[in-house]
Design a protein around this ligand. Sequence first.
Ligand SMILES: [Zn+2]
Ligand SMILES: [Zn+2]
Length: 234
Amino acid sequence: MNSLLRNILNVFYPRCCPVCQKILKDQNRLICPECEKKLKPIGQPRCYLCGKPVEKGEYCADCLRHPHIFDQGRGIFVYDDRMRKSVLRYKYSGCREYGEFYARAMYLYGSRDVRDWNPDLIVPVPVHRTKLRMRGFNQAAFLAEKLGDYTGIPVRQELVLKIRKTKSQKKLTAVQRRKNLEEAFLVNGEVNGKRILVVDDVYTTGSTVDAMASCLKKKGASAVYFLTVCIGRI
Ligand SMILES: [Zn+2]
Ligand SMILES: [Zn+2]
């Protein structure tokens, strides 16, 4: 976007902090200085597999209980109350500019892992077309495209399709979630021997990433990783 257009837009739609919602005094910033100080990425020790914060040990209780199909992954921030509110505004209240902050944080704090994983492709978690019509955009695809711009890794939005609507996952157990998602995805392209990075906004139990990893690996993908903005605690 050229700077004149950005300046005009800023007068009518000033950019807000994705955490505290205050209008940013410096419109070139993506987060206010106060929130930036407080919002820390998940550091060590964290689960070797999913990256959730752990007190001690190599794996979180969740990964010890349920074997995963994906190979490794991590979320940048803990999915606490402030981030839950932030992501809800991003998804449902039209605060798409938050995506710019999320994607930059994913790149800033996750690029070392991405380099280690060395993926051939970035694939966003897809949404069903009915949901896409309602919501107007795929929040994961937005992040995937931005991450693709930062890393130079090709993004394939249509590689995995959501072919069946899934019921709200909130009230289901982990096993039910997995079953619910199993046949909801369709791999729509060649993935043989490919290393794939799945991108989404939030990771909770891992059932979505596992369901996608299962489909991708059945089609020959050699490894599946994930990177999300937020990750739930155990
Ligand atoms: Zn703030
Ligand atoms: Zn874990």
